[in-house]
Design a protein around this ligand. Structure first.
Ligand code: BDR
Ligand code: CA
Length: 311
């Protein structure tokens, strides 16, 4: 059965890769729309990026703009990873599509109310929109099949030694989401490390077709950081939750108890994964992805890009 999803995002190089993979699987995934939020860059910029990319690949899409700041902390854009635009690298056309005149939270309400079956929320950014939605319309939780999110870590960090960016950026929102009672699937840094693309695989995209060329330009920029550090591969963070929807069999996971540190002196945004034995059933709020078969993951990802060029 086709799964209905809404993608909450801050495009963002890897967000765009995740969206491309979703679009490459219309038999399995129906994208009801996109909600945007402040994260990698301010919300105006990431929304413009999404409109421009959809224009570039000749796609339509419903886009609703969400929050322009986290619930409590100030925005903390990441030009080092994503550039001043939030999607530096590719030359993109002027956008021919515009966002809807509805706030992301109201769009979520509208879509969930209209859908006969539960909708999967794919969260690829700080969780501000989803937290406000859950607090404002708790009666609609039953219309959410699950929230599958890229964020957090078991023990690693990227923005801080022990915190991942999406959770760090708005930990108060993340706490609301993890404590909401909605089924959560978490793609943290560790599993995303398994879902890396070799730089030689990025290079091979060039000249294979317009969408693969666009992916090449986007990933060339995104991989600068890893290349400069002498690595042979770069993570594709946000692609993991979409791949898990398509191919859960590529992943190993386990139920876990995850809590969010909102204000630690050194640990703001840390996801505290309880690794002790005997955690009670009641505390198991998250399906935690532990590892992934990289070869299968990348094959499916690259086939998706090639499919988009032919369809
Ligand atoms: C996450 O933070 C953002 O920079 C990426 O788009 C991804 O969602 C990785 O930590
Ligand atoms: Ca993102």
């Amino acid at each position: 059965m086709k799964r209905k999803i809404i993608i909450d995002c801050d495009p963002g190089h890897d967000d765009i890769m995740a969206i491309l993979l979703s679009l490459a699987h219309p038999e399995e995934i129906e994208i009801l729309g996109y909600t945007t939020v402040c994260g990698n860059q301010l919300v105006e910029k990431v929304t413009r990026n999404l409109c421009q990319v959809l224009t570039a690949i000749h796609r339509e899409g419903k886009i609703a703009v969400g929050y322009d700041a986290p619930l409590y902390y100030a925005p903390d854009p990441q030009p080092l990873a994503h550039g001043e635009s939030g999607l530096d690298g590719p030359q993109l056309p002027e956008a021919k599509i515009a966002p809807l005149a509805i706030h992301a939270v109201d769009f979520l309400k509208q879509q969930l109310e209209q859908s006969e079956e539960p909708v999967t929320l794919v969260a690829l950014a700080p969780l501000t929109n989803l937290a406000v939605f859950l607090k404002t319309y708790p009666q609609l939780k039953e219309k959410i099949a699950m929230i599958t999110l890229m964020g957090g870590a078991i023990g690693k960090g990227n923005i801080l030694p022990k915190a991942e960016f999406n959770i760090y950026e708005d930990p108060h929102a993340a706490k609301i989401v993890f404590e909401s009672g909605v089924p959560i699937v978490m793609s943290g840094i560790e599993v995303c490390d398994d879902c890396s693309i070799l730089h030689s695989e990025i290079d091979a995209l060039k000249g294979s077709g317009p969408i693969q060329d666009l992916a090449h330009e986007i990933l060339q920029f995104f991989s600068r950081y890893s290349r400069e550090r002498g690595k042979d591969r770069s993570p594709l963070f946000d692609v993991a939750p979409i791949m898990h929807l398509l191919h859960p069999e590529y992943f190993i996971s386990r139920p876990a108890s995850v809590q969010v540190e909102v204000a630690g002196q050194y640990t703001r945004g840390m996801t505290v994964v309880d690794q002790r034995e005997g955690v009670s059933q009641k505390q198991l709020n998250t399906e935690l992805l532990l590892s992934c078969d990289r070869e299968k993951f990348i094959q499916c990802f690259l086939e998706g890009l090639a499919w988009l060029d032919k369809n």
